[in-house]
Design a protein around this ligand. Structure first.
Ligand SMILES: Cc1cc2nc3c(=O)[nH]c(=O)nc-3n(C[C@H](O)[C@H](O)[C@H](O)COP(=O)(O)OP(=O)(O)OC[C@H]3O[C@@H](n4cnc5c(N)ncnc54)[C@H](O)[C@@H]3O)c2cc1C
Length: 364
């Protein structure tokens, strides 16, 4: 049984034949997100026969990093494109395909002989194993004592009526704050602002005013664009549960930890977890929990390291300018970092020359 019918839970439902996915909400529903799905995530969805290109989700061909007045560097995704995935549409599509049971809130669970009993608003349900994909506030993780409070940065997310642009994710570095822009429809772009809590908390101003102020600095061309919905707040962006698997219960997606979304890998990482779990569960429950924990730890270490490097490079405008300048002469280093970020290559792919370009002792 899967608890939570977001993108990770619904995809797991598609991967594990006969599984039931319980979701407390209903679709379509929105969710604050940067809505950029990396190529590795697109490929996982293709394996469960979800073709995002056919469904009209716009292509993302690469990522660019820009320091206003200090240049830009871009890298193309290799092979498959990423996709701009408006969550209102993506989550509905996946939930629909996986026949997610909506309007069913999970209240808790308890071990019973040979399985798990899941308490829901529609009564108890038995399962041989439970995967909780119920998001960063996971009820299952809390009930098992695995949940830990979050910390870190916060974000503001809005959608604007404007042409999609060049089919790329554009990160604008403002020194301790970044904006993340991605096309999510023919005439709709998403802009997320990521920053420390204090930077996003100006007294006596509305969330929309604060959002507009950063937008005007990063994207003056969008300053007058109409918002197509509300401005969402999100965060804090860092949390990690005490464990992600024991016995018959597993965590995946945001329930299994959350990393600052500057690297835009949240959904992709969750889909990779779903894919690994589906394989382990198919092999039987006996070794699934320790094997999943081991695999998750290495994924977590990589995500943390890339995330920290990215935040450090973006935190100081002078450092960012120097790195953007050196990387623009060696875009393959950025390409390798992007592949590392989505888990399609390892640290060993980065050569000493790549490190020289990434770390700011490279000559400006
Ligand atoms: C500002 C921001 C920008 C981001 N940018 C990106 C990006 O560009 N690219 C990217 O890949 N990721 C990004 N992310 C991360 C991404 O949004 C998450 O990683 C993703 O939503 C995780 O999916 P999920 O299915 O694990 O959880 P969720 O999407 O949170 O889904 C959890 C589901 O569980 C349901 N649920 C919760 N409790 C219960 C219960 N008790 N019973 C039943 N159902 C329950 C909820 O209703 C929900 O539908 C961003 C996040 C933020 C906040």
């Amino acid at each position: 049984m899967v608890v939570g019918g977001g993108p990770v839970g619904a995809t797991l439902g598609l991967m594990v034949p006969g599984s039931v996915v319980l979701e407390m909400g209903s679709f379509p529903r929105d969710k604050p997100c940067g809505e950029g799905l990396l190529p590795a995530g697109v490929q996982i969805l293709e394996r469960v026969r979800v073709d995002l290109a056919k469904e009209g989700f716009p292509a993302l061909r690469g990522v660019s990093y820009r320091v206003p007045g200090g240049g830009a560097v871009r890298a193309q995704f290799e092979g498959t494109c990423g996709r701009g995935v408006r969550r209102m549409r993506l989550d509905s599509l996946l939930a629909d395909r996986a026949s997610v049971v909506t309007g069913c809130r999970v209240l808790g669970l308890r071990a019973v002989p040979g399985g798990v009993e899941v308490q829901t608003t529609q009564g108890p349900v038995g399962a041989s194993a439970v995967v909780a994909t119920d998001g960063a506030h996971s009820v299952v993780a809390r009930q098992l004592g695995w949940w830990r409070p979050g910390f870190g940065r916060y974000g503001l997310v809005g959608h604007l009526r404007a042409p999609g642009g060049d089919g790329e994710i554009e990160v604008t570095i403002l020194g301790g704050q970044e904006t993340y822009r991605a096309p999510v429809g023919a005439e709709e772009v998403l802009v997320a602002v990521l920053a420390g809590r204090h930077a996003l908390r100006e007294p006596a101003s509305s969330r929309e005013d604060r959002y507009r102020r950063v937008l005007a600095r990063a994207h003056p061309e969008l300053a007058g664009a109409e918002l197509s919905g509300r401005v969402w707040g999100a965060g804090p962006f860092q949390w990690r549960p005490a464990t992600v698997a024991r016995g018959r219960v597993f965590l995946a997606g945001d329930a299994a930890g959350f990393v600052d979304p500057l690297t835009g890998d949240g959904i992709t990482a969750g889909l990779q977890q779903a894919s690994v779990l589906a394989g382990l569960l198919a092999d039987g429950l006996k070794f699934a929990a320790p094997r999943y924990r081991r695999w998750w730890r290495s994924q977590w270490r990589r995500r943390q390291a890339v995330g920290r490097l990215a935040r450090w490079l973006c935190a100081d405008p002078e450092r960012s300018r120097r790195v953007v300048a050196t990387l623009s002469r060696r875009p393959q280093a950025l390409q390798r970092l992007i592949a590392l970020n989505e888990g399609s290559s390892g640290w060993s792919q980065l050569s000493p020359a790549d490190w020289m370009a990434v770390l700011p002792w490279g000559r400006p």
